[in-house]
Design a binder for this molecule. Sequence first.
Ligand code: GDP
Length: 278
Amino acid sequence: MALFSKIFSKLRSGSATSADWDELERSLIEADLGAPFAAEIIASARKLPKDEVERQLLAELRSHLSGANRDLAKAQNRPTTVIVVGVNGTGKTTSVAKLMELLNSKGQRVIVGAADTFRAAAIEQIQTWGARLGVEVIAGKAQGDPASVAFDSAKRAIEVSADYLLVDTAGRLHTKSGLMDELGKIRRVIEKSTPVDEVLLVVDATTGQNGITQAKLFAESVSVTGLILTKMDGSAKGGIALAIEAMTGIPVKFVGTGESAKDLQPFDGEAYLAGLIA
Ligand code: GDP
């Protein structure tokens, strides 16, 4: 993205003007940093001595990234339980398939609970991936009770001493409280058998500020421990990772970079900042 490279070279040659800073502010907004956040960054950078801008700006951007651990949780002597939440269409079910692939390729035994019972296609999608990878999928009937699928999958994960339990969930935002109640119930029934280690929220990077609003809303209601930022391949606006971490404090743990099961990368904060600056 190299958003800052132009201003840095102008600062080095002593030719940076007010118009250059304005242009940078516009490109930060276009990169989905959001207007108030972009204004804040520009205002503080403009106050810095010219030969300090690069170093201090990098430090400032870094301070807005979450300092939390970005590794996927790993429990000892019991299944690590990961609930995947997010609004429909963000890439939630695909992200569950990608996590199945990732963990399976590391020799981890995975059980999946297909608790997005609202969408028959989501259940089928997970079952197809499960069959392909040899991963057991616990599914109920379409329109069935998602909490009962979650409960059965937790029981099964313990029974077979699985390393990971991944639970897909529905994401209808018809009413906020309806969805959050459903997610709360899924969590509680799992916790009757085993602790929940991660709640990963899937956000579509191409939805910009709307994605940030979704993240805030979910973070207020369910204890989100990490983010999966999908469709980064289709977005030139990678500023959203910084904006979303600055606004919510939740670490991005993975980025989705395509539609196939292998298109999931761990998020590397330093490499990301280097990309913004370069
Ligand atoms: P859900 O409703 O949140 O479960 O969404 P799905 O997993 O069904 O995904 C919705 C659409 O987004 C599908 O067409 C996916 O192939 C696509 N998708 C998911 N993740 C990515 C990604 O990282 N990159 C791209 N380009 N497409 C993705």
